[in-house]
Design a protein around this ligand. Structure first.
Ligand code: NDP
Length: 249
């Protein structure tokens, strides 16, 4: 039986990569709702792939007025909201020697502040008993050069799942976090010259304990579990979905 029948979900960054993978798995399980991003072209293409189940909302998750509009529009279209996926994030590469204050603010705005306020602005429209899913990263656990700001923000996101769950106990809204390892998305492609992408992916697959890099559907299926009643006893938890790369590679 479909696990998310009649659930209404909002997925930030649902127009690309992991977010789109989550939206596709949610759709397969009967959910409806909204995907949120800034790029009109990828929003339109994702929306076409999802049929009429998810509306596309053009908004910047670092802008609090935009976030208020996202949840108001979704609630007006579908009624109350059951599931929030704070997925939009990324970028923020640089060593401590060459990072500027502006780089710092940009990294934290996208990877931490936006997550906090996505949840805050969703709350007035969320059903009691709903599910909040945050997307962290295995970079919170493993040292990588040039990833200190990104990893620090993602480590804080892991705490937010616990803190939010504590704040929302009276409403029985559960917050949990998925920490993906290397996953095959357009973000991954951005760091590698086009002609080397296949070779680099092959190399990564070779060093991954499980023998392949992650796919957005791997994260999507985990998000279905956290959105569904199957995980009703889980709050403040982290699910590491990394093919073993964090602790076994
Ligand atoms: P993509 O670049 O494919 O997708 C990122 C998404 O976030 C896009 O849909 C983008 O849409 C959206 N986004 C970015 N900035 C904003 C903004 N200011 N406002 C609204 N939307 C925004 O990346 P991934 O799918 O790889 O990443 C998704 C999440 O997974 C991120 O949080 C990332 O840190 C995390 N992650 C990814 C891993 C990987 O290996 N791919 C590993 C671990 C974690 P638009 O450009 O239209 O705004």
């Amino acid at each position: 039986m479909s696990k998310l029948i009649s659930k209404v979900a909002v997925i930030t960054g649902g127009n690309s990569g992991i977010g789109l993978g989550i939206a596709q798995e949610f759709k397969n399980e009967g959910a409806v709702g909204a995907i949120v991003g800034r790029n009109q072209e990828t929003l339109a293409s994702a929306s076409a792939q999802l049929g009429d189940t998810f509306i596309a909302i053009n908004a910047d998750v670092t802008n609090l007025t935009d976030l208020e509009r996202v949840f108001k529009e979704t609630a007006e279209k579908f009624g109350k909201i059951d599931v929030i996926v704070a997925n939009a994030g990324g970028g923020a590469i640089g060593t401590v020697a060459d990072t500027t204050e502006a780089d710092y603010d940009k990294a934290m705005d996208l990877n931490l502040k936006s997550v906090y306020f996505t949840v805050q602005k969703a709350l007035p429209y969320m059903n009691d008993g709903g599910s909040i899913i945050l997307i962290g990263s295995n970079a919170a656990h493993r040292a990588y050069s040039s990833f200190s700001l990104y990893g620090a923000a993602k480590a804080a996101v892991i705490y937010l799942a616990k803190g939010f769950s504590g704040d929302l106990l009276a409403r029985k809204i559960r917050a949990n976090v998925i920490t993906p390892g290397t996953t095959d998305t357009p973000a991954f492609d951005k760091f590698v010259p086009a002609e080397q992408i296949e070779a680099v992916k092959k190399h990564y697959a070779g060093v991954m304990p499980i023998g392949r890099i992650g796919q957005p559907s791997d994260i999507g299926k985990t998000a279905v579990f956290l959105a569904s009643d199957d995980s009703s006893f889980m709050l403040g938890a982290e699910l590491l979905v990394d093919g073993g790369m964090t602790y076994l590679a």
